[in-house]
Design a protein around this ligand. Structure first.
Ligand code: FES
Length: 162
């Protein structure tokens, strides 16, 4: 067994990460206590493990640690908001019924952050396409509440709604 270490910028703090090169980043983050990143399919197909890796929505259940560059910037759900300081996307998820079983919510919220960071005024169709492209799957909501939540969060983030 080979143990390696490197520094990563995780949610704004530089942290030393100890790993085996064949570990995937999802499991490493979870072992560090960042259990908001969920593992559903463990095969890159459901989006539950989505994080922002250097600004890009990335499914990390299939990202081996040996493919991660030192000092990469990682944003997990824990870096987006906290229970006492929710991000507008998280508030919209609650307000529009985006959370049912909740398992997919962190991946969807991180994916939405990635979308709104690059397109602050998406159409409903662009939101749906984004989720398809990033393979965010929800088995509870039928997606409409999620799209409603994204549209509302985008409005808040543009300063058009409080
Ligand atoms: Fe990574 Fe499903 S757990 S895509």
């Amino acid at each position: 067994m080979t143990i390696s270490k490197m520094f990563l910028n995780i949610n704004g703090a530089v942290r030393m990460v100890v790993y085996e090169p064949d570990d995937n980043l999802a499991n490493v983050l979870r072992q560090m206590g960042l259990t908001g990143t969920k593992v559903g399919c463990d095969a890159g197909q459901c989006g539950a493990c989505s994080i922002l890796l250097d600004g890009k929505v990335t499914r990390v259940c299939t990202r081996k640690m040996k493919s991660i560059k030192e000092f990469s910037k990682i944003i997990t759900i824990e870096g987006i908001g906290t229970p006492t300081n929710l991000h507008p996307i998280q508030m919209a998820w609650i307000a529009y019924g985006g959370v049912q079983c909740g398992f997919c919510s962190p991946g969807f919220i991180v994916s939405t952050k990635g979308l709104l960071d690059t397109n602050s005024n998406p159409t409903r169709q662009e939101v749906r396409r984004w989720f398809q492209r990033h393979r965010n799957i929800c088995r509870c909501t039928g997606y409409k509440p999620l799209v409603d939540a994204v549209m509302a969060a985008a409005q808040v983030m543009r300063g058009e709604m409080i």
